[in-house]
Design a protein around this ligand. Sequence first.
Ligand SMILES: [Zn+2]
Length: 474
Amino acid sequence: MQNSDEIWRLIDRHAPEFQDLSDRVWGMPELAYTEHRSCAEHTEMLRQQGFAVTEMVANIPTAVMGEAGQGGPVIAILGEYDALPGLSQVAGLPEKRELEAGGHGHGCGHNLLGSAALLAATAVKDYLAANNLPGRVRYYGCPAEEGGAAKGFMVRDGAFKDVDIAITWHPSSFSGIYEPVSLANTRIDFAFTGRSSHAATAPHLGRSALDAVELMNVGVNYMREHMPSDARIHYAYLDAGGIAPNVVQATAKVRYLIRARELPELQRLIARVRKIADGAALMTETTVKAQVISAVSNLLGNTPLEHALHANFTRLGPPPFDAADIATAQKFQATMTEEDIQSSYRRSGLPARTDEALCSAIIPIDAKGGGMNGSTDVGDVSWAVPLVQARGAVYAVGTPGHSWQLTAQGMLPAAHKGMVHVAKAMAGTAVDALADPTLVARAKEDHARRTAATPYVCPIPDDVRPPFTMSTAS
Ligand SMILES: [Zn+2]
């Protein structure tokens, strides 16, 4: 198809500068809502490429949007650039070695995610101009995917309200569309307040907030048996009430992360966890305050867009990995367990293989994997506008998510090839939507059908602001 050839040539022409951008962002790993340098790099690139730039999207300092073209439709391509704590790692080394002691690292590949999305948007911009076509392409630089739910705040603020379709991707070991299975989630802090006293001379005067947290955790752990099997609940202590065992702890705080298949189920689980917190407070004669920190929706699929994206992958074929890429990937696979590799295939929906360090297949459109069982703030955008999410093979099969192995592979030639490959699939899909207005119409119909029964309600309460200090507050 000629459209494909032209847009793919445009991608190839721009590829080196965007691979460099990805490498620069890899080298400045910044946590959720602190991505000032990474966002500046993306903003600068948008300007260089001639996009009209809007900074401070939804009043978030590290969110940026660039637009090019005239008229409609409006096609959004979404990128990210936040890193993870504790995943510093020497680039390219198949052995765990921190680059910076205790440092951050791109253990989810968001350096590639943002750069490939911006590369795709740039090629679509050039395509619109070269063919004198009506239509606008936007790149949204979205911060804080890792626990910050920035896209949810951006949706709540109306940042996508005039977008017709949205396209994004995530780094993976496989190429194809992402089966739209991700969990809705919410983070809630439960802060208990009791009364301190000398734990030996006046224990009867104390009311322990730490006891309350412990009882709450016990209660929730008993609840696990009686919740949907694909729901998830995790918790972490934010305040254990101090380090003195001879003081009855007057304050204690625990953060709960609750995940469920879809929003209504999530709301039911939240109500149950809140009851357990109230029960723990009652038992210990303490008080409890619950504060929602962030929340994301489950991901909605979109059949017409999935077919269009998949067709682009099929036309492209697998990423052009060579023997050297495969040899390097084999060294990384040697650091993984057989289970890492098998479960990676299982989740993808492909039959397991033992002879393929880098996947050379495109996942069939009807493959049924185990789903992500994680959560992503892309979910909220998918409730607001028709959205499709690609996955692009950029690292060895079996590489665990959020791992040093993933950080290490973020600048390898295979990652560079993979990001260009997925940029072609995304840009090709955008061009299909520009060439065929019925694709946008069908995507919208599909979206309307999926959201008709339960219209989107942003899971983030109106009074909750983005948790800008989540990465800096201890
Ligand atoms: Zn990620």
